[in-house]
Design a binder for this molecule. Structure first.
Ligand code: B12
Length: 254
């Protein structure tokens, strides 16, 4: 198991030392950063400090030097956000600081999005994606959207705070094979179930594969709500979407 000393970046070492108390989280973060290049550690550090201009420059330079977009996303941006999440939860930082970090995350994502979204192949299927009613978190949903596009899906992104009616209207308009819902708050997670109920009432439930995700969502919760699948991250989201799209194709053909 890597020690704190195996994290080369001094700022990140100090942050972990000062702000990450839970042993399991410490271990996970140390392993994450120790496995990242020094360059990606610097990007994470810039994100944690909310330095959007620096993240912007580092992402641009890294891509120009041939660092893969996925490495920038996982080892630079998402790794930094993991530390931000812990500091926020423990009240070491507050909404304005988190907004600055989110802005830095988006600055980095703006460069990797066109790369991850570029597939140039006939769409596998259409997916309607949105963050549920009452929830304004969109970073994870946006990552899933760009990975889905990169994997060859057409994605209609409804943004945040999406009501069941908005989801239904979009499904009636675009007739997608799949619907993806994201929720980051325990208080908004039930709105996934409410949306699924609305699809049942509108007699549309059987016509669509429904997938859910977001930090507080679990496989059990997804099953209890009657979703067709749960994905823990953007890579899992793409795998799930491929599986559900295939199942939808068979359903339509049958
Ligand atoms: C950034 C952030 C914010 C930003 C959001 C900016 C933005 N544009 O998104 C701001 C500052 C606005 C914010 C506000 C609030 N937040 Co906030 N926020 C976070 C934070 C730190 C990071 C979330 C994030 O972006 N993670 C990084 C992404 C990459 O991960 P992700 O979203 O989980 O997505 C991945 C997977 O879950 C999955 N996935 C996501 N969606 C989907 C969908 C499908 C279909 C699939 C298959 C997979 C999938 O794939 C993604 C990519 O790998 C989290 C902490 C955390 N640990 O999650 C708190 C957190 C979610 N927030 C929290 C809170 C309390 C709030 C506020 C209520 C604070 C306040 N007092 O106002 C408000 C609520 C506003 C609202 N109505 O939504 C709490 C929620 C606690 C709870 N139990 O519900 C958390 C957990 C922080 C904490 N206290 O621990 N927040």
């Amino acid at each position: 198991m890597p020690e704190l000393t195996s994290v080369a970046n001094e700022f990140l070492r100090t942050e972990i030392e000062q702000f990450v108390e839970r042993p399991d989280e410490r271990e996970r973060l140390i392993a994450l950063y120790a496995g990242a290049s020094e360059r990606m550690q610097s990007m994470s550090a810039a994100l944690v400090e909310g330095e959007h201009l620096l993240v912007d420059a580092l992402a641009r330079e890294a891509l120009a030097d041939g660092v893969p977009a996925l490495e920038i996303m996982d080892d630079g941006l998402i790794a930094g956000m993991a530390l931000v999440g812990i500091k926020f939860r423990e009240n070491f930082i507050f909404v304005p600081e988190v907004l600055a970090c989110a802005r830095a995350m988006k600055a980095g994502m703006s460069y990797i999005e066109p790369i991850l979204s570029e597939s140039g192949i006939e769409p596998i299927a259409t997916v309607v994606m949105g963050t549920v009613k009452g929830d304004l978190h969109d970073i994870g949903k946006n990552l899933c959207t760009m990975m889905l596009r990169g994997a060859g899906f057409e994605v209609i992104d409804l943004g945040v705070d999406t009501s069941p009616d908005d989801f239904i209207d979009a499904v009636e308009e675009h007739r997608p094979a799949l619907l993806g819902m994201s929720a980051l708050l325990t208080t908004t997670m039930p709105n996934m179930g409410v949306t699924i109920e609305a699809f049942i009432d509108a007699e549309l439930r059987d016509e669509i594969g429904i997938m859910v995700g977001g930090a507080p969502v679990t496989q059990d919760f997804a099953e209890d709500m009657g979703a067709d699948g749960y994905g823990k991250d953007a890579v899992a989201c793409v795998e799930l979407a491929k599986r559900l799209a295939e199942a939808e194709k068979h359903r339509v053909e049958a």
